[in-house]
Design a protein around this ligand. Structure first.
Ligand code: GNR
Ligand code: NI
Length: 168
């Protein structure tokens, strides 16, 4: 396994729309393992392949307290919004380090995806899991949490990220 380099906003590569995985082969399994290692290493609870500059529809998540419940979703799609009552969560992003913003999303969604065994499964995601999966699925579309903020706020964050990068 290996940790991968995470792209930082406003890297234009984060705007790439990811391609569906055609076949869940060894390379996809290895990618998901490396993504999990990268996510745990960064103390994240989710990661999209887009963030490591691989533009395939693969996301990993682990919202457990013990960090022992990894979940890999390949070609994920929202099959149904079960509860469109929005709830607000303070969201962070490994591609926008140090920034936390309150965002609203549907609380409960039904997701269909392929697992590392190549088989389709259905998952009802609620609360934090629902938020994280939606956050990761946005990455696969080239969309980021800063896109939900005002232009002014996004511009401030953009400048902050560029400054942080220059000082490293
Ligand atoms: O680690 C992460 N925490 C988080 C907290 C609230 C809502 C979403 C997230 S995802 C984020 C990791 C990340 O950047 N995934 O793309
Ligand atoms: Ni993110």
């Amino acid at each position: 396994m290996a940790t991968l380099k995470i792209l930082i906003f406003p890297d234009p590569k984060l705007r790439t729309v990811a391609e569906p995985v055609k076949e869940v082969d060894d390379s996809v399994v290895r990618l998901s393992e490396d993504m999990l290692e990268t996510m745990y290493d960064g103390n994240g609870i989710g990661l999209a392949a887009t963030q490591v500059d691989i533009h395939k529809r693969v996301i990993v998540v682990d919202v457990s307290n013990e960090k022992n419940d990894p979940l890999v979703l390949i070609n994920p799609r929202i099959n149904a919004i079960i509860n469109d009552e929005n709830k607000s969560y303070s969201e962070g992003c490994l591609s926008v380090p140090g920034i936390y913003e309150e965002l609203e999303r549907p609380t409960s969604v039904e997701i269909k995806a392929l697992g590392v065994d190549g088989k389709e499964f259905t998952l009802i995601a609620e609360d934090l899991l629902s938020v994280v999966i939606q956050h990761e699925m946005d990455h696969l579309e080239g969309k980021m949490m800063v896109d939900y903020l005002s232009n002014l706020k996004r511009e401030m964050i953009r400048k902050k990220m560029i400054k942080q990068k220059a000082s490293k």
